[in-house]
Write a protein that binds this ligand. Structure first.
Ligand code: ATP
Length: 406
């Protein structure tokens, strides 16, 4: 550490009253030069003091950040099991399921209820109550008591619909027939095919038909958003389904947790592996599952680890393709049901012009056509609106970016 250098001596002006004017002038000139010298020296010292001040400021910032990091040590998560008289609670720590009896402050005691999730420190003292938003389980799963999709809302994949009904609906509504025939119903159904072709709709419609709770979890979210919690969430998913049976578990984008093993051994891969192993072990222990069906979906069938396709796991594979012309006609019909269409709109012709469109793309084509009608000040949708919508979609495909509507 450099020490601050001492201040230069203050220059003195020695003028003898007996001096001649020229001698005085010379003395004043010398004094002026001394002052300029001291000034330069002080300016140098000031500059180095400023540089030192900057260095010290950086050190302070660094120490402050370190201090903050030390103060914010990690907290554990626990669930409140019981509230005793006074200010005592029984907590169960997540992860190791250790149960502890601990005191809480009167302020927290008033706020707490059994079932709340709380953050606790090393000494099991409750630091704060977590709101529902922080509950990964609630965030990671979409739970619908009764989805509204009907079989009639799905077009162009009748064969697939029949297969899903046989594999999921029949075991839920008439399990005895499987006993009588002496076969096991399929454990899991895997729907695979391009995006937007109706895989989620199929799962929702069968949940609706069987009055089952629909519980959806997205594989990609498990590994990207809930890092480190994948395996626990899979366990929670099956637990929730057994609390809410009859239930349909729908795992979208299953490829995110069940891809072929790669050579790399990064911690992310290990986490994905743990999540998949948990899923496999839940499915393997599925016999006593009661009224729960499991459906998964993927756009990347080629990437799947074959281990998940073994008997007793996803043992019913159903391919959901892009709709053919007849399918597209049907989907156009479905998505224009509520629209005010001119008689001249010809679905068959539109179906010819929408080759390669998925169900989701046909749905947005219909919405776009409606927007063009509104833009033109009409309440009736004409063929020209579908043509404009097709042009817009073509331009978007060509540029790869959405084209502004107006
Ligand atoms: P992804 O693989 O991207 O998850 P998906 O195959 O699950 O897609 P859905 O979510 O079921 O596709 O479909 C998205 C929307 O597209 C639906 O809400 C529906 O409006 C429309 N759609 C897709 N397929 C069909 C279909 N076969 N019949 C009617 N509408 C469809």
């Amino acid at each position: 550490m450099s020490r601050s250098s001492s201040l230069p001596e203050r220059p003195k002006l020695d003028i003898d009253p007996d001096m001649s004017p020229s001698e005085r002038l010379a003395a004043l000139r010398d004094h002026f030069e001394d002052i300029v010298g001291v000034h330069d020296e002080l300016a140098d010292q000031l500059e180095s003091a400023r540089a030192r001040q900057d260095d010290l400021r950086e050190d302070v910032d660094h120490l402050q950040r370190e201090n903050e990091a030390l103060k914010t040590s990690s907290l554990y998560i626990a669930t409140v099991e019981e509230l005793n008289e006074g200010e005592e609670v029984v907590l169960k720590q997540h992860g190791n399921n250790q149960e502890v009896l601990t005191d809480v402050s009167p302020r927290l005691a008033e706020e707490l209820e059994a079932g709340d999730r709380v953050a606790i420190n090393d000494s099991f003292a409750v630091q704060r109550v977590l709101d529902d938003e922080t509950d990964a389980r609630a965030q990671a799963m979409e739970v619908t008591n009764q989805p509204t999709v009907e079989y009639d809302d799905i077009g162009g994949i009748d064969q697939q619909l029949t297969e899903v009904r046989e594999a999921v609906e029949d075991p839920l509504t008439d399990p005895d027939q499987f006993d009588e025939v002496g076969i096991e119903p399929p454990t899991g159904v895997l729907l695979h095919g391009p995006p937007g072709t109706g895989k989620t709709m199929l799962a929702k419609a069968v949940a609706n038909q069987t009055d089952a709770t629909f519980i959806k979890m997205a594989g990609s979210e498990l590994v990207q958003k809930f890092i480190g919690e994948g395996a626990r969430l899979v366990r929670d998913l099956f637990e929730l389904a057994s609390e809410r049976e009859p239930a349909i578990i729908f795992i979208d984008e299953i490829d995110a947790i069940a891809s072929k093993r790669t050579e790399s051994k990064t911690s992310g891969d290990a986490e994905v592996q743990r999540t998949m192993m948990q899923l496999l072990s839940e499915m393997d222990g599925f016999e006593a599952r009661g009224d729960i069906s499991i459906i998964a979906a993927t756009n990347r069938f080629d990437m799947l680890d074959r281990a998940i396709l073994r008997p007793g796991r996803f043992d019913r594979l159903i391919e959901v393709p892009e709709p053919d012309a007849e399918g597209r006609t049907r989907i156009l019909d479905i998505h224009t049901r509520g629209m005010n269409l001119a008689d001249s709109v010809d679905f068959e012709e539109l179906a010819d012009r929408t080759e390669g469109f998925s169900g989701a793309e046909i749905e947005s084509l219909c919405t776009e056509a409606g927007m063009f009608a509104i833009r033109d000040g009409r309440t009736e949708v004409h063929t020209v609106d579908f043509e404009d919508a097709l042009d817009k979609i073509d331009r978007e495909d060509a540029t790869g970016t959405p084209v502004a509507f107006y």
